[in-house]
Write a protein of this length. Structure first.
Length: 134
């Protein structure tokens, strides 16, 4: 039995981001020496890396050289570890990135980045270490 999302899918007419399309293409068209693969784990389709790799060698259209860049992109699109937070293992899932339902990946959006606070041109006012008289 496959894990299905309990959330109603929002309507999204935008195509999936290039990173996700490239990842799906590599997973759906495996080569013999490919270090990533689909894995069904606890009813969820997961992306598993068998070893660290250079994304530019595996993902079509990728220019990234670092495996860390691949990890940042996964996390940016909401992928989480299949084994739990802080545990070792190179296996990730996203409820909308499934082998059996390719159109669901259109629902994956990059995480919103927190807005940066504007710097003020004035330095902060010095604070007094003595208690104020009451």
């Amino acid at each position: 039995v496959l894990h299905t999302p309990d959330v109603e899918l929002p309507f999204n007419t935008m195509p999936a981001p290039c990173f996700l399309q490239s990842l799906r293409f590599a997973l759906d068209n495996p080569r013999d020496d490919q270090p990533i693969q689909w894995v069904l784990l606890n009813g969820r389709w997961c992306v598993q890396a068998t070893e660290k790799f250079e994304p530019c060698q595996v993902l079509p259209g990728s220019r990234a050289i670092s495996f860390g860049t691949f990890l940042r992109q996964l996390h940016n699109y909401g992928f989480v570890s299949c084994y739990g937070r802080g545990r070792e293992g190179m296996c990730w899932h996203n409820q909308y990135f499934r082998k059996d339902v390719p159109d669901m990946m259109r629902m994956i959006l990059p995480r919103k980045r927190p807005k940066k606070r504007k710097r003020t041109s004035e330095p902060p006012a010095p604070t007094s270490s003595q208690p104020s008289p009451v």
